[in-house]
Design a protein around this ligand. Structure first.
Ligand code: ATP
Length: 292
């Protein structure tokens, strides 16, 4: 079997507006603007032994890529057994969607090994997690539902991002639970979507570059405030917690945004050693060469 390599890009949420819980599945409704970054895990897919195997030392316990493979097998995908090695670069439990990105990368790569039954990839992605469908097509997207109904944003305004990971992770489920406890959700999501869509392709006004989960992440881990304050002072346009946190991002709009994010990263590096700056991924870069 040829060795296949697939990149799994991190996502940030440039805007995340939270609504109520959806009774059908207990997930929160939201409106969010995803942007994929040029910060990626790498999947290497090669011939396996008798059964599929996922090797990823950084992630203890069941891997979402193993779940993606199980879904593909159940749908009738009959490639020979594979071994998938994951080189993790995306910080873990950081609100940057690393697990979802890895699963989406496996689903994108599957058709290169054997035909995938029509509709299977989309169905498996939706089952694996609300962030997975959007990450099947890396790039910017505006998502509704629980994040699984995503429309591409083809020409999002140029921006650069400085990313400050934390030494600890936060479970997304805990953060959503804390948001409920604090009574955070409840905005008018239709209005939020309309306002965001009208402002695209941006650059977005500060009031739109917001994260309704931020207060919940800060409530669970008040030390995030230190990084958020430092990023806000580092010359970026907007500092916010990324997704369910605890990663803090700084967004710099404009054609010099990537350079400004790099300068911010340099300023922050002494206090926050894990800091990276990243450019957004142009839409289409992560698309499969032919459709599954
Ligand atoms: P999201 O923003 O999508 O809610 P996250 O970025 O906060 O997620 P992840 O890094 O995706 O968090 O991981 C959350 C948990 O999922 C991890 O703690 C880990 O136990 C589990 N997991 C399973 N597979 C993976 C994977 N391939 N990469 C990272 N985490 C994985």
């Amino acid at each position: 079997m040829t060795v296949h390599r697939e990149l799994a890009w991190a996502k940030i949420n440039l805007s995340l507006r939270l609504g109520p819980v959806r009774p059908s599945d207990g997930r929160h409704l939201l409106v969010t603007l995803f942007s994929s970054l040029r910060l990626a895990d790498a999947l290497t897919i090669e011939a396996g032994g008798g059964r599929d195997e996922v090797v990823c030392d950084a992630v203890p316990g069941r891997n979402l890529v193993a779940d993606a493979l199980a879904g593909l097998r159940a749908a009738g995908w009959d490639a020979p057994a594979v071994r998938v090695m994951i080189d993790k670069r995306i910080p873990l439990a950081a609100g940057m969607g690393g697990g979802s990105a890895d699963a989406a990368a496996m689903l994108r790569a599957a058709h290169r090994l054997a035909p995938v039954p029509a509709g299977a990839v989309a169905a498996i992605a939706a089952r694996l997690g609300a962030d997975v469908p959007a990450q099947l097509h890396p790039g910017a997207s505006l998502a509704v539902g629980a994040g699984e109904i995503a429309e591409p944003v083809v020409d999002l305004a140029a921006h650069g991002v400085v990313v400050v990971p934390q030494r600890f992770g936060l479970s997304s489920a805990d953060v959503y639970r804390e948001a409920d406890r604090l009574g955070l959700p409840g905005g008018d999501l239709h209005a939020a979507r309309r306002e965001l869509a009208a402002a695209l392709p941006g650059p977005l006004a500060d009031r739109l570059v917001v994260n309704d989960l931020e207060a919940a992440a800060l409530s669970l881990a008040p030390e995030i405030a230190r990084a958020r304050g430092a990023v806000a002072q580092a010359g970026v346009d907007r500092a916010l917690v990324c997704g369910s946190g605890p990663t803090v991002i700084g967004v710099c709009w404009g054609s010099d945004g990537v350079e400004r994010a790099a300068r911010a990263a340099a300023r922050l590096r002494a206090r926050f050693p894990g800091v990276v700056n990243a450019a957004p991924l142009a839409r289409g870069v992560g698309e499969p060469s032919s459709k599954p």
